[in-house]
Design a protein around this ligand. Structure first.
Ligand code: CA
Length: 229
């Protein structure tokens, strides 16, 4: 797990469609998780914290619309990008899909290339670093492709964890991250750490950021976690 490789959750009850899409997303350098029904989708979202979800409308157990509704009702997944898939082409369904909070809507049969482009477009919004953009905030800049972070033009010496932390902060300046969210995002779900680990690495990041002077840009939000700016 790393911030370099975005995780896409495919929720689709047709195994062949799931496989084809999964294969193509992996070929594009993404990680893929798959669910065959709505309940499994909700479970995997909670466990794996995907970056984008491709969600079929017609699903066993829990429909795509219901999954979408539940994800939007939870603070931790309110902003998770959802691309709805549907065999229905009626305008009313499209409107319903977007009203319920889907970010995009693709009608089956779709071209895989087109769907991947839509996934990338969502990723650019939520994971700009993995899309190759240089991230900036005030005098801080980070280029994930060159693995280079600077403040006021001076290169920052960061360990891999601090680099991922800074990437996460820069992707959403001002957003308050809980320690649990940072653990998921920066360390990955497979690793067990307690929240003090986060404090230690935020401390190191602060030290690196202020090493050449300048004020501390990382804000501690009491009882919640951390934010940049
Ligand atoms: Ca289906």
């Amino acid at each position: 797990m790393s911030v370099d490789q975005p995780l896409i959750l495919i929720v689709e009850d047709e195994p062949a469609q799931r496989e084809v899409l999964g294969y193509n997303l992996r070929a594009e350098g993404m990680r893929v998780a798959q669910a065959a029904d709505g309940e499994m989708a909700l479970l995997l979202v909670a466990e794996e914290a995907p970056d984008v979800i491709v969600l079929d409308w017609m699903l066993p157990r829990l429909s795509g619309i219901e999954v979408c509704r539940q994800l939007r009702a939870r603070p931790e997944t309110r902003e998770l990008p959802i691309i709805m898939l549907s065999a229905r082409s009626e305008e009313v369904d499209r409107v319903r899909g977007l009203e319920i909070g889907a970010d995009d809507y693709v009608i089956k049969p779709y071209s895989v290339a087109e769907l991947i482009a839509r996934v990338r477009s969502q990723l650019r919004r939520v994971r700009p670093a993995s899309a190759g953009q240089v991230l900036t905030h005030d005098d801080i800049a980070l280029d994930a492709r060159r693995h280079l972070a600077t403040r006021a033009g001076q290169e920052l010496r960061l360990g891999p964890t601090e680099f991922r932390l800074l990437t996460t902060f820069l992707e959403r300046p001002g957003r308050v991250w809980s320690r649990a969210q940072l653990l998921d995002r920066v360390w990955g779900q497979d690793v067990c750490h307690d929240s003090r680990t986060v404090d230690v690495h935020v401390g190191r990041l602060r030290k690196a950021l202020t090493g050449h002077g300048g004020s501390d840009p990382v804000r501690t939000v009491r009882g919640v976690g951390y934010a940049l700016g």
